[in-house]
Design a protein around this ligand. Structure first.
Ligand code: FE2
Length: 225
C-alpha cells in the first residue's frame, strides 16, 4: 500500500482516538456519580436495574439498527451487523429479562414512565438517521456498558440474585470492537463532514442524560423531593 493510500486511514485513526478520549472523559464523569451499591437501599438498587432493563430490553437492537440504516461507512457496517447478529442469535433481550427477574426488578409501569421523556429524546435523535452522530452514540454506549456491567452485577447480587449471564457476557472487554466504532465514526465524518450547525455529541449527550438522570438517578424521587 502506498503512503498516500495509508494517510487517510492514519488520519481517521488519530481523529478516532481523539474523539474516543473525549468520550472516555464523559464516561469517567458518569462513573464518578455512581453511588456504592452497599450504600443504596434495596428499593434504590431495584429501581436502577428496573429502569436499565426498561430502557435496554426493547431498545438496544432498535438503536443499533437505526445506526446501521444511518451509516454507509465500509468499516462501520460490518461491526454493526456483527453486533446485531449476536444480539438476535444469542437473544440478549431474553438474557436481560432473566437477569432482571432474577433480581426481582422487573419494571413496573412507574419504572417505564420514569424513563419515558429521556428515552423519547434518544429515539427521536436516532430517527434523524445522522450517521456520524449515531455511530458515536453507539461507540459511547459500547464503551460505557462494559465498564457498567460489574456495577450492575453488584446491584443484582446485593438483591440476592445469582442470575448473572447478562452481565458476564456484556462485561467482557471488547476493546477492538469499541475502537472500531470510534474509527468508523471518524471515517464516516471524513466522508460526510458535519456542518457548522451540527453537534457531534448530540446523541452522546442525550444518551448520557438518559443513563444518568433516568436510570442511575430516580426521576420520581427527584420530583418528590
Ligand atoms: Fe447485548
Amino acid at each position: 500500500m502506498s503512503t498516500e493510500a495509508l494517510a487517510p486511514q492514519l488520519q481517521d485513526a488519530s481523529l478516532g482516538a481523539s474523539i474516543q478520549q473525549q468520550v472516555v472523559t464523559i464516561i469517567d464523569d458518569l462513573f464518578a456519580q455512581l453511588r456504592d451499591p452497599k450504600a443504596l437501599t434495596s428499593d434504590e438498587r431495584r429501581g436502577i436495574i428496573a429502569r436499565y432493563s426498561s430502557v435496554l430490553e426493547g431498545n438496544f437492537i432498535y438503536w443499533m439498527t437505526a445506526t446501521y440504516l444511518a451509516t454507509d461507512s465500509e468499516e462501520a457496517r460490518p461491526i454493526l451487523i456483527e453486533n446485531l447478529y449476536e444480539e438476535v442469535r444469542e437473544s440478549h433481550p431474553v438474557m436481560l429479562r432473566k437477569f432482571t427477574i432474577g433480581a426481582n426488578a422487573f419494571p413496573t409501569d412507574t419504572d417505564s414512565l420514569a424513563v419515558d421523556a429521556d428515552l423519547t429524546k434518544v429515539r427521536l435523535f436516532l430517527g434523524k438517521l445522522q450517521g456520524v452522530q449515531s455511530l458515536l452514540t453507539m461507540a459511547f454506549f459500547e464503551s460505557f456498558i462494559q465498564r457498567f456491567m460489574p456495577y450492575l452485577a453488584d446491584l443484582a447480587v446485593a438483591q440476592g440474585s445469582t442470575e448473572l449471564e447478562y452481565t458476564d457476557v456484556h462485561g467482557v472487554c471488547d476493546v477492538a470492537h469499541s475502537e472500531g466504532l470510534f474509527r468508523a465514526t471518524a471515517l464516516e465524518m471524513t466522508r460526510h463532514p458535519l456542518g457548522a450547525e451540527s453537534d457531534l455529541f448530540e446523541g452522546v449527550d442525550l444518551l448520557r442524560n438518559l443513563i444518568l438522570h433516568s436510570i442511575i438517578q430516580d426521576p420520581a424521587a427527584k420530583l418528590a423531593a
